[in-house]
Design a protein around this ligand. Structure first.
Ligand SMILES: [Zn+2]
Length: 256
């Protein structure tokens, strides 16, 4: 007895799927003969492949968007390779600074609500900018949070150029930086700091404070010098929102 029946030109037979039960298998004549499998299983496989393709396209898109966001942050190309992971610490102090910035990165979602920032303070060449860039990379590429990087001298010269009527205004420049969800200002305290520069800094930090947007400040000045440079009112406000991460190991090395 044969289970095979002929229906028109199509040969079929009943078959059993372990998962979906009975189905009708069809004999295919495509180069060789083959009985079709369970149609429900086939549909599932197709759906699964489609889902995998969709997920990988979404992942590609997400990665491209993160990369574009990182490149738009203003981090100079030369520094773009810096990551939180690639920071090398070979002393307890370096390790502590590294850990503090990584902890901050981990809690970034919360800091974006409260506006709490950081002050990276210490000698040149201690990796403050490296960690700040790592933070920006993490924010943009991993969390899709837009972030901006500026140096204070570049900001001041951009604002000075705007006085010459180059098409942008001081207010527009400030608005752009106030709007950034996360802002890193590097090289605070480089140069003497004219009244205009200090007012600009005060205004930028004040507006970001009012908007609860976190700012990371990088400076080579130690506390008292920073207080003298930025003024009491700015430093008091910073103290309220932004713990200091110390990078002062080179000064120890210098003494020994
Ligand atoms: Zn099946």
């Amino acid at each position: 007895m044969t289970a095979t029946s002929i229906r028109g030109a199509m040969q079929t037979r009943p078959a059993q799927c372990e998962r979906h039960g009975e189905y009708e298998s069809v004999l295919l004549n495509l180069g060789g003969q083959r009985w079709t499998g369970c149609p429900h299983c086939s549909a599932e496989t197709i759906e699964q492949h489609q889902a995998e393709r969709d997920a990988s396209q979404a992942e590609d898109l997400r990665r491209l968007r993160g990369q574009a966001m990182f490149e738009a942050s203003g981090v100079p190309r030369r520094l773009q390779g810096a990551t939180l992971k690639s920071y090398v610490s070979d002393s307890d102090e370096q390790d502590a600074a590294h850990r503090q910035v990584c902890e901050y990165a981990k809690g970034l979602a919360g800091h974006l609500e409260t506006g709490d920032g950081l002050v990276l303070m210490g000698n040149m060449g201690t990796g403050k900018t490296h960690l700040a860039v790592g933070l920006i990379r993490y924010a943009t590429r991993s969390l899709a949070v837009p972030a901006r990087y500026v140096t204070a001298p570049a900001l001041f010269s951009r604002v000075r150029a705007s006085y010459g009527g180059n098409g942008e205004s001081e207010a527009e420049i400030l608005d752009e930086l106030v709007a950034a969800p996360l802002l890193v200002i590097d090289e605070i305290g480089v140069g003497k700091g004219s009244d205009n520069e200090l007012n600009l800094t005060y205004s930028l930090l004040g507006q970001r404070y009012d908007a609860c947007r976190p700012t990371v400040i990088i400076t080579n000045l130690m506390s008292e010098d920073l207080r003298a440079w930025l003024g009491e009112r700015v430093v008091d406000r910073l103290r309220e929102t932004s713990p200091v991460v110390l990078f002062n190991w080179e000064s120890y090395r210098g003494r020994s």
